[in-house]
Design a protein around this ligand. Structure first.
Ligand code: HEM
Length: 492
């Protein structure tokens, strides 16, 4: 059969012109809408939004068959006029279209962030976690600011060998954070009309109503500084013979020594390094916020985790990566963290680059393909009472990690050739922070002026990256000796 004659996968009936726009209203988490659609239409659904074909996959089988096995044609990204053209962020590994540039940037990134390499960053991760503990001790009311700073510090050190200042006004952090904010605004569906009507990009910035052009110019300036400034600093260090070990220096050492190939490779390295901060920041922050939320809502989990730390690590030192294999419950907490309130419930959209046929359905070239990670990791058959935070689900009766339980990494970091290349680094960070925080602090409900507990609802925001909705949290050292352990980490 010719693919064109096959039916599209099932789905809600589209309206003329606008298609299914009314079936996916803004403000309702899309993964929940897609879950109810999957219950009605099956694990492969088709929607049409303003002419754009969207395919939603809701089973591991369909995801494996298409995003993994046919990844050669399921690995591009949708194009956004705002991000790719006006903001000039098309270089970014996360949104660049599938092809030679993507392959080269990804390879450079992967070479230093794959699971066999990330142990080299253990010391930096430890130092950054300890600096985080000190900051939380000093100003517990700024817990979430410190959480953001924690990732910024470790990724800048690992990638560029740069020690960012303690101040929130550090210029490297500032440019990266401004870029991320602009990127997030542009990623919100419907935020910029220019993405629906690309012709608008020719409207000049001074034209009344053309705020998007001003936003784009600002974002472009910020993202250029984010990707160029730290890279130039490394080049300067190379010239003056003052190199500091870091991912960028290592990549520059591996590059051809001179000539046009050198220039080309330097460009690839600049881009690969530039995405590390942007790819990891919001995601790590969201997961750590969920961690604090879970610890407030599930005090018995916190107690059991602390009991394990007391038994294995003891009161005289802080936990370290070497303890990991003796801390199955802590590891289970980090797994549950990636499953419970998901950071990227629909992963990141893929785009097909050829017409395809699957189970008798036609999947047109240029379709956006979403894998519903949320649904897979909230399947009550695999994870009973899926909305509860229950690390025990990953353990055997005698408290060891149970290899028979599906690991959340099967879906929480996306799929196929685009799977998150920062996932090993992210998991290391979570182990380090979760173990050290629980070893030294107690986390509980914040109290209002009358001493009453401020309730916390386990709610999250909609969006490509989902966050817990803002909540307050009380964090206090577990004991004077725990406090001393933190203070002792201070540089002499
Ligand atoms: C909780 C932590 C994290 C989660 C849940 C997460 C999730 C994801 C997901 C779902 C994707 C898209 C995969 C797909 O297209 O199927 C992705 C891509 C990416 N992630 Fe992560 N990520 C996390 C942390 C990090 C960190 C720490 C870094 C950097 C060190 C990073 C760097 C990237 C990059 C560069 C991409 C783009 C890859 C590409 O398009 O080829 N991520 N991540």
């Amino acid at each position: 059969t010719k693919p064109g004659r096959l039916p599209l996968p099932p789905g809600p009936k589209p309206l003329p012109l606008v298609g299914n726009i009314r079936d996916i209203p803004l403000g309702v988490p899309q993964w929940e809408l897609f879950e109810s659609m999957a219950q009605k239409y099956g694990d492969i659904i088709h929607l049409n939004v303003l002419g754009q074909n969207i395919i939603v996959l809701s089973s591991l089988e369909a995801i494996n068959d298409l995003l993994e096995k046919r990844s050669a044609i399921y690995s591009s990204r949708p194009r956004s006029t705002m991000m790719h053209e006006l903001m000039d962020m098309g270089w970014s590994l996360a949104i660049i279209e599938y092809g030679e540039q993507w392959r080269r940037i990804r390879k450079a990134f992967h070479r230093h962030f794959n699971a066999n390499e990330t142990h080299r960053y253990y010391d930096t991760q430890n130092e950054c976690t300890q600096s985080f503990l000190r900051r939380v001790l000093r100003s517990p009311d700024k817990l979430f600011t410190h959480t953001r700073h924690l990732f910024a510090k470790s990724i800048m050190k690992v990638t560029y060998g740069i020690d960012v200042s303690e101040s929130e006004n550090d210029p490297f952090i500032y440019h990266a954070e401004q870029t991320i904010a602009a990127f997030n605004a542009a990623a919100r569906p419907g935020r910029y009309l220019v993405d629906l009507l690309p012709i608008l990009k020719y409207v000049p910035a001074w034209f009344p109503g053309a705020q998007f052009q001003k936003d784009a110019q600002y974002a472009k300036a910020m993202s250029n500084r984010m990707v160029n400034d730290p890279f130039q600093l490394i080049k300067e260090r190379e010239r003056t013979g003052k190199t500091v070990p870091c991912v960028v220096s290592a990549l520059l050492d591996e590059a051809p020594p001179a000539g046009p190939q050198r220039a080309e490779e330097e460009d690839i390295i600049r881009k690969a390094a530039g995405i590390a901060y942007a790819g990891g920041s919001d995601t790590t922050v969201s997961a750590l916020q969920s961690f604090f939320m879970a610890m407030i809502l599930y005090p018995s989990v916190q107690k059991r985790a602390q009991a394990e730390l007391d038994a294995v690590v003891g009161p005289h030192r802080l936990p370290d990566f070497a303890d990991q294999k003796y801390l199955p419950y802590i590891v289970a907490v980090t797994k549950e963290l990636l499953r419970w309130k998901m950071v990227t419930p629909l992963a990141v959209p893929h785009l097909t680059t050829e017409d395809d046929e699957y189970r008798g359905y036609f999947i047109p070239k240029g379709s956006i393909v979403l894998g519903n990670s949320y649904m897979i990791l909230h399947d009550p058959v695999v994870y009973p009472e899926p909305h509860e935070f229950r690390p025990e689900r990953f353990l055997t009766d005698d408290g060891q990690l149970n290899p028979d339980v599906l690991d959340p990494t099967i879906a929480c970091f996306g799929f196929g050739r685009r799977i998150c290349p920062g996932r090993a680094f992210a998991q290391d960070s979570f182990f380090s922070v979760v173990s050290n925080v629980l070893h030294t602090f107690n986390i509980s409900h914040a109290l209002n002026e009358d001493g009453e507990t401020i309730p916390v609802l386990p709610e999250v925001s909609d969006g490509l990256i989902s966050y817990p909705k803002p909540f307050s949290c009380l964090i206090k050292p577990r004991s004077t000796s725990a406090e001393a352990l933190i203070r002792n980490t201070e540089d002499p």
